[in-house]
Design a protein around this ligand. Structure first.
Ligand SMILES: Cc1cc2nc3c(=O)[nH]c(=O)nc-3n(C[C@H](O)[C@H](O)[C@H](O)COP(=O)(O)O)c2cc1C
Length: 348
């Protein structure tokens, strides 16, 4: 559409994300409680998990609910997947009714369920269809449209540069590239040189994605590829503060340490309360189990605590255990630093 208003909105959006870190869309993980937690930790742009265009067009309540977001999450993109241009355009109009900052089109999901329906990364096998979808969606809405792609379907058919040129040519405003093929899934390393090649052949604002775990990775991706911003997925699981760390490192140029245990558990407890409030106690307790596992990852002596937390049903008991762990753990780190590690494993 490219209205004057959307140009202004887009410019301020790009200014916000430039050289900063963006949260990856992650089905089953990047729900509202997680997104709000990450927002508190300084993320610049957020995407919802992928949402079925056909589900929206069929008026599925459950699908519509996946799109809901709070104004606190802005700027936010609603991500849609589908294979039929008319459904994608109609779904984009429905998504637009919630006034997101971006409508994001998924051309990268490798999941069998998605590609078997001809959606996600399957669309990279048919760049005419890709063009058709982007064109129809851009024409259907006033909201800026972004796209997320992979390198291609397999190593024999790399299409990132061609797809990027099509996406830019059809009037999309932002592109994210995860430089793995569908065939690779999440294995091997993301080939960042593909991001540099796409940067060289297009002028569209570009978000690089893949294997960013530390702020130094983010810094390196920005300088090696020339992308405008970096997107973090798995590196943010149980580590919402990664965005704050990346920001600080990019601003100061110096490495920034991971936060102490007390602060990590503080993030976890905040995330927990949001999950209880937004999802309700029963669902909140269950959804949070995997997140708690990630928050505790890498800490010593947590296996017993983790096993206990995974079966607890009472949220107050879970929080009490986490608080006690946090207080005791801080003490033990100090003790170990003062007197050396005796090798004994305290049992939480
Ligand atoms: C559990 C999980 C769910 C994901 N769901 C989505 C999704 O809904 N939409 C999408 O475009 N990508 C999805 N992705 C891919 C991520 O957005 C990202 O491209 C990928 O994880 C690589 O980035 P990373 O190395 O920072 O994790 C998902 C990844 C994971 C691990």
């Amino acid at each position: 559409m490219g209205s004057e208003l959307s140009c202004v909105v887009l410019e301020s959006l790009i200014a916000q994300i430039r050289h900063r870190a963006v949260l990856a869309p992650m089905a089953g993980i990047a729900d509202q409680p997680f997104r709000l937690t990450v927002k508190r930790a300084g993320v610049s742009l957020i995407f919802t998990e992928l949402i079925s265009a056909e589900g929206l067009v069929r008026n599925s309540r459950k699908t519509f609910d996946l799109m809901r977001f709070s104004p606190l999450e802005r700027p936010i993109g609603i991500q849609l997947f589908g294979s039929r241009p008319e459904s994608m355009a109609e779904a984009a109009r429905i998504a637009e009714s919630l006034e997101p900052d971006l409508i994001d089109l998924n051309f990268g999901c490798p999941a069998r369920k998605v590609v078997n329906g001809g959606s996600g990364s399957a669309i990279l096998r048919d760049t005419d269809l890709l063009r058709h979808i982007v064109r129809d969606v851009v024409r259907a809405v006033h909201t800026p449209v972004s796209c997320k792609i992979r390198t291609g379907w397999d190593a024999a058919h790399p299409v990132a540069e061609e797809a990027a040129r099509i996406i830019e040519g059809e009037g999309a405003s932002l592109l994210t590239l995860h430089p793995r093929t569908r065939e690779q899934g999440f294995s091997g390393r993301a080939d960042w040189s593909v991001i540099a090649r796409v940067r060289a052949c297009t002028g569209i604002p570009l978000i690089g994605n893949g294997d960013i775990i530390t702020p130094e990775d983010a810094k390196r991706m920005l300088s090696e590829t020339g992308c405008d911003a970096v997107m973090v997925g798995r590196g943010a699981m149980g580590r919402p503060w990664i965005f704050r760390m990346i920001d600080a490192t990019l601003q100061s140029g110096c490495p920034v340490p991971e936060p102490p245990v007390g602060e990590r558990i503080g993030f976890c407890l905040e995330h927990y309360d949001r999950a209880l409030e937004i999802l309700g106690a029963r669902r909140g307790v269950r959804e949070m189990r995997k997140h708690i596992g990630w928050y505790l990852k890498g800490l010593s002596y947590v296996s017993r605590l983790r096993s206990r937390l995974m079966i607890m049903e009472d949220p107050e008991e879970v929080k009490k255990n986490l608080r006690e762990f946090s207080q005791t753990y801080d003490g033990q780190i100090a003790e170990e630093q003062d007197h050396g590690d005796s090798g004994a494993s305290p049992q939480f």
